[in-house]
Design a protein around this ligand. Structure first.
Ligand code: APR
Ligand code: PHB
Length: 395
């Protein structure tokens, strides 16, 4: 068995793991990132693409914002469309100048990998059978295999940044964590299309047939979604049928949806999920390994980035002063934000989707809610301030 040592062992090279590794590097703290997929796979995986202002600011401060600032599309509003009419929520006006940036998660991951490697960082891809151990002692380890050889990475702390299906959360002994979960009776069928986006800003649409979303990756590539069954059979959805349904749900007077070749399609289920606490001994869970939000609020990546900022602060304090005060507060500080973001994502989801068990009362209530949000300034402000990202709170 080959032995290695680092200060912080990080499982998972998604946004959480890579941002954490780079933040620690900037504070002079060593880490090794262990990822079970290939670099190409994590850089090409189609995921979300909306960055809060705070996420953009952090990436910029970390020195990984150059391409993001050049290629990202800055938006200062979104449209809510219902009964065939669009209503703009003006973020700039409602939040004192804040906006969001459209830049694919895959590009963020590429930029972070490049930055880690340029700085001599250690990110090991294609590792197998990762096992965090002894994290209830002061000498945690991560065992894993690579190219058939067994390794043991000794570290001071383990960061579980390995997503919802990762190994870190299930490694914590039974009975320690409490899980809070809600599954939604629908999913999203998403396409990436070689078609210039038909609107400048994102369009969230409520329709009798279900929710639809017009988003984008670049000024040439569209990203569109349709509410579907959670286990929708993609083989039943030809490209033509997908466009037909998008045309129908998004239809609005005087507006045209431009079609184009479908480059990729997939179905994602939707759930809200949180574990408490987000720490056990010297194992800290961050990002999707600790919580999942439905995508309607575009919050998954941003919440992962918020977690690792709190974790990096705690680890920095520990290495600079020996104090574990901030580390001890990690879970509590993160969970305050997590639950507010859960609330917002649940609210957006509930307002905009058709529930199979819904009745005409619920539909009228949803339309009244959309009418209220788009006609009352205080109501629009609560949407706007959550969408652009709540301020970081450190206690
Ligand atoms: N060993 C090593 N790596 C693992 C393991 C394992 N057992 N299990 C999963 N991983 C890796 C995954 O391959 C992935 O690259 O951990 C990484 C987790 O990354 P993400 O799933 O992207 O999660 P996170 O970094 O928390 O990012 C937040 O926000 O937009 C949402 O869900 C979206 O990915 C996004 C997330
Ligand atoms: C996306 O572009 O993938 C996207 C945008 C907004 C959302 C969810 C996903 O709410």
């Amino acid at each position: 068995m080959q032995k290695l040592r680092t200060q912080v062992g990080i499982v998972g090279a998604g946004p959480a793991g890579l941002v954490l590794s780079h933040l620690l590097h900037l504070e002079g703290i060593d880490s090794i990132v262990l990822e079970n997929r290939s670099r190409q796979y994590v850089q090409e995986r189609v995921r979300a693409g909306v960055l809060e202002q705070g996420t953009v600011d952090l990436l910029t401060q970390m020195g990984v914002g150059d391409r993001l600032r050049k290629e990202g599309l800055v938006h200062y509003g979104i449209e809510l469309r219902f009964r065939g009419r669009g209503h703009r929520i003006d973020f700039r006006e409602l939040t004192g100048g804040k906006g969001i940036t459209i830049y694919a998660q895959a590009e963020v991951v590429k930029d972070l990998n490049d930055a880690r490697i340029a700085a001599g960082g250690q990110v090991f891809f294609d590792v197998e059978d990762v096992r965090p151990c002894d994290f209830d002692t002061s000498e945690p380890k991560i065992r894993y295999q690579k190219d058939g050889d067994e390794y043991e990475l000794a570290c001071d702390f383990v960061a579980g940044c390995d997503g919802f299906h990762g190994i870190c959360r299930p490694s914590i002994p039974a009975g320690v964590l409490t899980e809070y979960e809600r599954e939604y009776p629908f999913g999203w069928l998403g396409i990436l299309a070689d078609a210039a986006p038909s609107a400048e800003e994102l369009v969230y649409c409520y329709h009798d047939h279900g929710f639809a979303l017009l988003s984008m990756r670049t000024s040439q590539i569209g990203r569109l979604y349709l509410q579907c069954k959670p286990d929708e059979d993609l083989t039943q959805w030809s490209d033509e049928k997908i466009w037909q349904e998008l045309q129908l749900r998004l239809a609005s007077d005087g507006w045209k949806l431009t079609e184009g070749p479908v480059l990729q399609k997939g179905v994602t289920g939707m759930r809200s999920f949180v574990v408490e606490p987000m720490q056990y001994g010297r194992l800290f869970l961050a990002g999707d390994s600790a919580h999942i939000v439905p995508p309607t609020g575009a919050k998954g990546l941003n919440l992962a980035v918020a977690d690792v900022q709190v974790l990096a602060r705690g680890l920095t304090q520990f290495y600079k002063t020996g104090s574990q005060d901030f580390l001890n507060q990690y879970s509590q500080v993160c969970l305050r934000r997590v639950w507010k973001v859960q609330r917002f994502s649940w609210w957006m989801t509930s307002m905009l989707h058709r529930f199979p068990e819904g009745n005409p009362f619920d539909e009228r209530r949803q339309l009244a809610e959309l009418d209220y949000v788009t006609s009352s300034r205080p109501a629009a402000t609560t949407l706007a301030e959550n969408y652009v990202g709540l301020p970081m709170e450190w206690s």
